[in-house]
Structures are given as C-alpha cells and as structure tokens.
Write a protein that binds this ligand. Structure first.
Ligand code: GLC
Length: 718
C-alpha cells in the first residue's frame, strides 16, 4: 500500500485499487490496467443520518445479474430493487417477488465480470440505472457499510467466490432431485393421497415424494396430525413407503396461540417467542388464527424448534421439510394489518426487531430445521425447501419461487428467476410446475412439464379451487407427454446428481444461463428463454401458447439435436420444429453424459451405467455416486474425458476412485451423432478391435463390464 496525502493505492498481483479521500472516490483496475469499476464522479458516497448510498459510475454496456429470485427478467439493468422479505403472491414482471433477500449482484461489462455483496440485513436497495443513467447504486437505511467486491473476470469464478464467502450450498439427498406431487387443501384424506400414489405407479409416471400441505395438521398446529384424517400417521407413511414414496410435510414458523398446546406453552415458559416493547408476546394472524413466532435469532430457540422434528421422524416422514410463510408471512386476512404490525417487536436488546432482523428470520429458521433434521435422522443429509431466505441460506435449503400463476408469462418467468437464483448461490431451486394460482390448461401443463423436468427442484403444486393438474387429468396425450418429461428427468438423474454434488462444492448451479459457458459471446448475455443444464445440455423450451416452432440460438461450438442427432455448427440462429411432443434440446459436441434406465423413484437400482457420448469436441466430466443420502458415507467419483477430431473419437473412462461400490453392472457407451460407422474401434489399446452395435442411423453402442478400472475407447475413421 502506498499512502498519499489524499488517499492511497493498494496493489496486488491481480489488481490495483486507487482510493481518494477528498472527495471520496475509488477506482479498481486489473494488472493490465483495464478498469473494473470506478465510483461515480460526483457524490460517490452519500450519507443521511444512518442511511448511506454508494454510487458506481456506469461506464456503458453493463449487464447486471443476481439479486436472488426477483421477478423481472434476467438482466437487472434499468430496475430498482429493495430487499424486504414479504409474502407477496402477486409477483410478476411488473411487481417484484419479495419473498427473499439477496444483496448480491454481478456486473458484466465488455465480457468481464465482477460481483458485489452488500453485507447488510436492513432494507437495502439496489438501483441499476433507474435513478440515473450516469451511475448505479446501492445502500441501506442503517446497518454497516460493508461490501465485498468479488473479482472475475469469469462469472463462474464470481459465483464460486461468493459461495465461498456466504457458504457452499448444502448437498441435498438424491431424492430431493426427484419428482414431487403436491396440492393445497385438496389431498385431504389418507385415501386421496394413496390414490394419487397409486395412479402414479399404475401409469408409470416416476414419482418420489407425496407432499403434505397444511391440511395434515390438527387445526394448523405445527408438528401435529389431524386425527380425523390421519388416525395413524405411521401406518399411512409406511403404506406409501412400501410403494416407494417418501412423504414430506410443510412446517410454518408460527405457533398457534392456545394454552394447552405444548409448543405454545413451552415457547412462553422458556421465553422463546418474539416480544413487543411492552414485554408481552407478539401475536400475529396466520393459518391457525392467533399465532406467535419463535425468535430464530437465538441459538437455544433454533435448537428447541429443530428438536420438534424427532416427532416427524417417529411418524416415518422423510428426512426433509418444506418450510413456508417464513418471511414471516402474517395477517393473512386483509384489513388487520395495523393491529398486527410487527413494528412493535423488539430484539433482545430492546431495539426494534424488524429493521435489522426481519430479513434473516427465514435464514434462522432454515438453520434450525437443518440442524434439527440432522439430529432427528442421524447420518442423513436433510432436504429442506424454503420460501423465504437471506444470502447464505443455500447452506441449509433449496427454494421454490412461491405462489406463481398458471400463465404462459409465469412459465417463461421461471427461467430468469431460477437462473438468477443460481447465479446468487442458490442452485437448488424450482417453480411450481403447472402454476400455483389460477387454472392451468392441458397445453400449458405439458409445456410446464417439459421445462420443469430440468428445474433442480421439480414439483407439481397448485392452489385449492383451481383446476386439478395431476398429469392424467387432461386425458391420454397430456399424460403421455408429462410421463415422457418426468421419465427423461430420471434417465438423466446420474448426470443431474453429479451436477448437484458439483454445485455443493463450487456453487456453480445445475441450471445455468447460456453465458456461463459462452461469456465471450455477447449474443448470450440477454438469453432468458434458453438455458444450459450442466456443461452439455442446452434446453430451448416452448414458452408460448400454440407455438409449434421456436427460434434457437446456439453459440460457437458443435451441437447435436438430442432427438435426431443432427449436427449443427454454432454460432447459429435458426427456427426449430417444436410440436407438442418435443422439447428442443441440443448437446455440445464432445459431451459425455452419464445416464440410466427410467426408474420410478431414485431408490430403485438404475442398472447399467449408460454414457451418452458425442463427437466433435472435448470435455471432462466427473460422475459422483453414493447411496444418495448419507452424510459422510462411502462415495466414488469417476472421471470421464472425451477428445475428438474429424477422424477420431477417444473416450477415457477413468478408474473409479473412492470406497462406494455399485451393484454389478455394465458400462454402455452410446455414441450418438457419428458420421458413419468407424473403420476401427479399439478398447484399452488392444490391437484386436471390438465391434459396435448399430442402434440407429447415427448411433452405435458398445458394452463393457464395469470393473472399476480405466478404459480407453478409440474410434477411428479413414
Ligand atoms: C403458501 C405457499 C403455498 C402453500 C400455501 C398453504 O401460499 O406459498 O405453496 O400451498 O401457503 O400452505
């Protein structure tokens, strides 16, 4: 650091930061002298009492991403956001989703990225050129002025570093990646639920989880069962489990105010509930009527709440929890807002609770539930899906985008929302398939399954009094197409599970913006209707009613149509056919995708390891395998490599490393998109050539025993 009279310069091998103190200003450049950011030329720093605003100069051409699940498109430029957790079911592109706070954004300019994380839990704001085209800004009404600049220039490095800072995503169990079926209020008897489960199996629609929404509880008292519906929860859960289903139930934070209800009595007695400045317990209004709220900012309260899960474990419920209404949502009936306002709540020091702690309420709840599930189900990785959260909640939970609507706009909107969540360190996310509010239509449901089967969290859920939207309610065609989409998800489960493992180590999401892999191509920077699943699969779902074709952009690479194996050389923009039974999908040349046969739930043995291999490109991929659930159990990784040219294709399946052993199986290489039958095929460099089995016009198969050793396969053409 070199100090000057009015500032200082800080130099490292990677960057140089020039700070001026009179007036305040900063300029950050990389080692080649290229500007990364600069504070605004005038009023770079504004104060008003405790409030502050930091202004950064808009240099031109900036794209902004991140901010969590906010709902107006991929690029945040031109918008202003506020972080204030609220239950706001009316979100769409014009008024933002408010369930979560994520004071983190990524700036992409001239192909180079950096990130900014404002470490402040108050009602922070972010303005990306709405207030002025000269600068973008962020600030808070109070709290600390701590922000981190995270250097790229690769967006993936920014995401990696941001999740190193705020916490790596938890590694969810494999079943959390399976398909879930849910419905508000209308699965309200054991028989209803068993019927749904039976239909799934009878129709061979793979399904993992039957979800219990609030109606399973006794008068909406959390951690209880309605005896009229579930006289014996344990028996009921075990019936479903024999059919290969897990049962996951919803838990809200609010506790029914009722003397004699043990949770309420204990909460009062131990002084664990949110309090008002006059010392009385704060009372809100949620599903059970008068409701009180645990103070999750205290570790003893988190521990107590988490311990309640032993009861759910005793009933045989899966090691998961759907946690909802944790903004916290309150006053569900209109008109009573003032009376129940949380403004009167104080923290442990007697200071107003809302300004500083509201936004982290759900984060505390997620931690409580995560630790509680770990204790209730020793040795198993919990699966939590939360509606609200704050930066860092990815350590504990997955999320879904709350109460969306059964409209074509919301179908599309789920893409930018989930892509931005992924860039904000939350890789495990999904949107209600079919839409929550309003009536879905047969066509919308099909298209939603075709998109939803690529959501990391994949659940069909809907509101009461809306059209039913189980896959079979609209007749044979919708059922068949929904089944095909869910089956595809299970075929790709090994790939998706490996991506989930990777996400837990690096923060890199499963569902990725196209630019994550093609950052240098500016035509990808605004793509919000196509996305990548992992490094190999590009999905271009149909997002409009009656559309039977759509425009696709494939960046610079070789690509193969997943269905026809046709080669397409990128960059290319073209119109593809998209009849109702087709999901436009393209695979990068040189891809190697671990897959398997369709199974009805993720505990079923998937059998032979199928490897979908494509020529004309190079890649590496790590297959991760374990029992799908253990915290520190045996696991194995297998490294695959593909190298290819016009005349050859070389696949290396590395030796399996680690202590997990699969059941005896073969490795089935399925070479797709080959120009013709290769002249020679060698296995493990033996002279004697092996023969490929012709599977289709451009598809060939080769089967080896999976002995855990390295195998080299070389195909050559003259
Ligand atoms: C909230 C949730 C929704 C759930 C309902 C009842 O609206 O967002 O998914 O079905 O509460 O629990």
């Amino acid at each position: 650091m070199e100090e000057r009279r009015d500032g200082a310069t800080i130099k490292t091998e990677e960057f140089e930061l020039i700070v001026e103190t009179r007036p305040f200003g900063m300029r950050l450049q990389d080692q080649s002298g290229q500007l990364i950011f600069e504070t605004a030329q005038q009023q770079a720093m504004m104060w008003q009492s405790q409030a502050f605003q930091c202004r950064m100069r808009m240099l031109g051409g900036e794209h902004f991403y991140g901010m969590g699940e906010k709902s107006n498109g991929l690029n945040r430029r031109g918008f202003r956001y506020e972080m204030w957790n609220e239950d706001f079911a009316e979100f769409d592109t014009s008024s933002d989703s408010r369930y979560q706070s994520c004071p983190f954004f990524i700036v992409l300019r001239e192909g180079r990225a950096h990130g900014v994380f404002l470490d402040n839990t108050y009602k922070t704001f972010f303005d990306f050129g709405k207030e002025s085209s000269e600068y973008y800004s962020f600030g808070a009404p109070d709290g600390s002025l701590d922000y981190y600049i995270i250097l790229g220039p690769a967006i993936s490095d920014v995401v990696d570093c941001y999740t190193r800072l705020t916490g790596r995503p938890c590694f969810i169990p494999r079943w959390g990646l399976g398909y879930q079926q849910s419905r508000f209020l209308e699965y309200n008897s054991e028989e209803d639920l068993i019927t749904i489960a039976n239909e799934m199996r009878k129709r061979q629609i793979p399904c993992e989880v039957i979800v219990l929404d609030i109606e399973y509880m006794d008068g909406y008292r959390i951690f209880t069962w309605n005896p009229a519906i579930f006289p014996s929860p344990k028996k009921f859960v075990s019936r479903l489990s024999k059919m290969g289903f897990r049962v996951m139930s919803i838990i809200d934070p609010g506790i029914k105010l009722e003397q004699g209800f043990s949770l309420y009595d204990e909460g009062e007695e131990k002084d664990f509930l949110l309090k008002k400045s006059d010392g009385s317990t704060y009372v809100g209004l949620v599903w059970p009527g008068d409701t009180v709220f645990p103070d999750f900012s205290r570790s003893e309260v988190r521990e107590w709440f988490g311990s309640q899960y032993t009861r759910m474990a005793e009933a045989g419920l899966s090691n998961g929890s759907w946690i909802d209404m944790n903004e916290p949502s309150n006053c569900i009936y209109d008109g009573l807002k003032d009376e129940h306002s949380m403004k009167t709540v104080v923290d442990q020091n007697g200071e107003p609770w809302e300004p500083r702690l509201r936004n982290v309420y759900a984060l505390g709840m997620a931690e409580a539930v995560f630790e509680g599930l770990k204790r209730a189900y020793p040795g198993k990785r919990p699966f939590i899906v939360t509606r609200s959260g704050f930066s860092g909640y990815q350590r504990f939970a997955a999320t879904w985008t709350g109460d969306n609507h059964s409209t074509w706009e919301h179908l599309w909107l789920s893409i930018p929302m989930l892509l931005n969540l992924g860039l904000s360190g939350v890789p495990f996310c999904g949107a209600d398939v079919g839409g929550f509010g309003g009536d879905t239509t047969p066509e919308l449901l099909v298209r939603w399954y075709q998109l939803g089967c690529f959501y990391p969290f994949f659940r069909n859920h809907s509101n009461m009094n809306t059209a039913r939207q189980e896959p079979w309610v609209f007749g044979d065609e919708v059922e068949r197409l929904s089944r095909e989409a869910v089956s595809l998800r299970y075929q790709l489960l090994r790939y998706i599970y490996s991506l989930a493992w990777y996400a837990s180590r690096t923060g890199i999401p499963l569902m990725r913006p196209v630019f994550l892999h093609f950052q240098e191509d500016e035509r990808t920077w605004d793509i919000d209707d196509q996305f990548m699943v992992g490094p190999f699969v590009l999905v271009a779902p149909v997002l409009e009613e009656e559309m039977r074709s759509r425009e696709v952009y494939l960046p610079n690479s070789n690509w193969f149509d997943f269905w026809s194996d046709d080669l397409i050389k990128g960059p290319s923009r073209f119109t593809c056919d998209a009849p109702l039974d087709k999901i436009p999908m393209y695979i990068r040349g040189g891809a190697i995708i671990p897959a398997g046969r369709v199974i009805q739930n993720s505990d079923e043995e998937q059998g032979d390891l199928l490897l979908l291999v494509y020529p004309l490109g190079e890649s590496e991929f790590t297959l991760y395998e374990d029992d799908g659930i253990s915290q520190d159990g045996p696991y194995s990784t297998t490294q695959f490599r593909v190298e290819s040219s016009d005349k050859s294709l070389h696949v290396v399946a590395g030796a399996r490393s680690g202590s997990w052993k699969p059941a005896p199986r073969s490795i089935v290489f399925e070479f797709r998109g080959l120009p013709s039958s290769p002249a020679t095929v060698s296995v493990d460099r033996r002279k004697k050539s092996a023969t490929l089995v012709k599977l289709g016009e451009r598809r060939y198969g080769l089967t080896l025993n999976d002995d855990g050793k390295r195998h080299d396969i070389i195909l050559k053409w003259n």
